[in-house]
Design a binder for this molecule. Structure first.
Ligand SMILES: [Zn+2]
Length: 197
């Protein structure tokens, strides 16, 4: 199923058949952002991991629009009054291998839907792969992992990523933005690791 999902023959969310590449009609109809504190997300990791994985491959670009549009709707409904959108950066070599950063594709589309500027604000230093580390280690992200590429001109930010795991990434970026004068940082992700459905 996984292999077919990556090729687009099957819906990466439910595994059902597809008439056209992307996600199936019934999953598309059920797309609705949920909200938890300062975060909007589409659902739990268990249901959404197929879509998150598919996004990391070239064919996954087709998933960007429907997922981002549902998240943009959730942000609009939240009343957060964000002023600008940015994405959690990947390392430059990972982006080079893949050709793009999925979080940035989502962020650009969300910004477009909300008629807000997208700003490439942050960069990421290399740290050993997170998946090899234990959860409690991941929860403490090293200071200095993220740094600013420019001074932020806006005060209320939406930070976009594909997955929320421990929240360590979000907190690390939030610290950097607040230190540079941001007054609020909100998050939008596809999948939250802890089931909150
Ligand atoms: Zn489906």
């Amino acid at each position: 199923m996984e292999f077919e999902a990556l090729l687009g023959a099957r819906c990466p969310v439910c595994g059902g058949g597809l008439y056209a590449p992307g996600i199936c009609r019934s999953c598309r109809k059920r797309l609705r952002a949920k909200r938890w504190q300062n975060l909007v997300y589409l659902g739990g990791y268990r249901r959404w991991r197929g879509a998150v994985r598919a996004l990391k491959f070239k064919g996954g670009r087709r998933l960007v629009a429907p997922l981002a549009d549902a998240l943009a709707e959730g942000v609009r409904a939240s009343g957060w009054n964000v002023e600008a959108v940015t994405a959690v950066p990947t390392t430059w070599w990972r982006a080079l291998l893949r050709g793009y950063n999925p979080a940035e594709l989502l962020a650009r589309r969300i910004a477009e839907r909300l008629e807000l500027p997208f700003v490439r604000l942050l960069a990421r230093r290399y740290t050993p792969s997170q998946t090899r580390r234990r959860r409690d280690e991941r929860a403490r992200m090293k200071a200095g992992t993220f740094f600013l590429l420019r001074e932020p001109e806006h005060r209320r930010w939406l930070l976009v990523d594909d997955v929320w795991t421990t929240g360590a990434t979000f907190r690390a970026v939030e610290r950097v933005l607040r230190a540079a004068g941001a007054e609020a940082v909100y998050g939008a992700v596809i999948a939250a690791r802890e089931e909150r459905d």
